[in-house]
Unconditional design. Structure first.
Length: 224
């Protein structure tokens, strides 16, 4: 109806299929000139309405009780059903994790790249049975563009590179680097991307065959 104010987007649980884009964050709501509202860590679905960012929860994140770097992801509906588990592989030194469904069936693995390879390959990659490894590689040749990656210590360095300038710019004016998404590819197909935003990163699943639960696990391990 004309003149009637539209209701705010829901801040409660979302049902239905896996979202097109998601973030692992404790942000619940953020508006200009206001202190962000934070809650518990969850897989959330970023959306914007009249300048206010909303982050409704899609999945609750529950850390393992044994203090290992393991997690369980639960649906946010009334039944709070278990969706999947992320379990560190013993003896892998926190470099390899199995992702299992609610029945304990392994869906695939999320692994961390050895430090020596992190200058060209992203810190985390995915193996889903029946498909090639989903790996993100860095490409530094293009001017004024940088991928939002991590250094060998796992720290985000896109901001540092963003401070570089192009000395050949007309009049000596600084030309900032443009941060572009990190892209994971398998079998010559883009399966997952991650885009840096102010205060959080969003992820998006692209391939129809790719199990979104592996994407949730990779995002959780990166952000937690």
């Amino acid at each position: 109806m004309e003149g009637k104010k539209r209701p705010d987007p829901p801040d409660g649980p979302l049902g239905g299929p896996a979202p097109e884009a998601f973030a692992v964050t404790d942000l619940e709501r953020r508006a200009p000139d206001s202190k962000p509202v934070r809650g518990r860590l969850a897989v959330r679905v970023p959306r914007s309405e009249e300048g206010t960012e909303h982050f409704p929860p899609r999945l609750w994140v529950v850390p393992a009780e044994d203090a290992s770097r393991g997690y369980e992801l639960y649906e946010t509906g009334e039944e709070a059903a278990l969706l999947c588990r992320v379990e560190p592989v013993p003896g892998a030194g926190g470099e390899r994790f199995r992702v299992k469904d609610e029945l304990g069936t392994e869906l695939g693995t999320v692994q961390r790249t050895p430090a020596a390879k992190r200058t060209v390959q992203h810190s985390w990659w995915i193996q889903q049975p029946g498909h090639g490894e989903a790996v993100a590689r860095y490409h530094w040749a293009k001017p004024a563009v940088v991928e939002a990656g991590e250094d060998s210590g796992g720290r985000l360095f896109g901001g540092m590179l963003g401070a570089f300038t192009d000395p050949g710019a007309e009049g000596g004016e600084a030309v900032p680097f443009i941060r572009r998404p990190v892209t994971w590819e398998a079998d010559n197909e883009v399966v997952l991307t991650a885009q840096q935003h102010t205060g959080y990163r969003s992820y998006r699943v692209h391939a129809d065959w790719f199990d979104a639960r592996l994407g949730y696990a990779l995002a959780l391990l990166r952000e937690s």
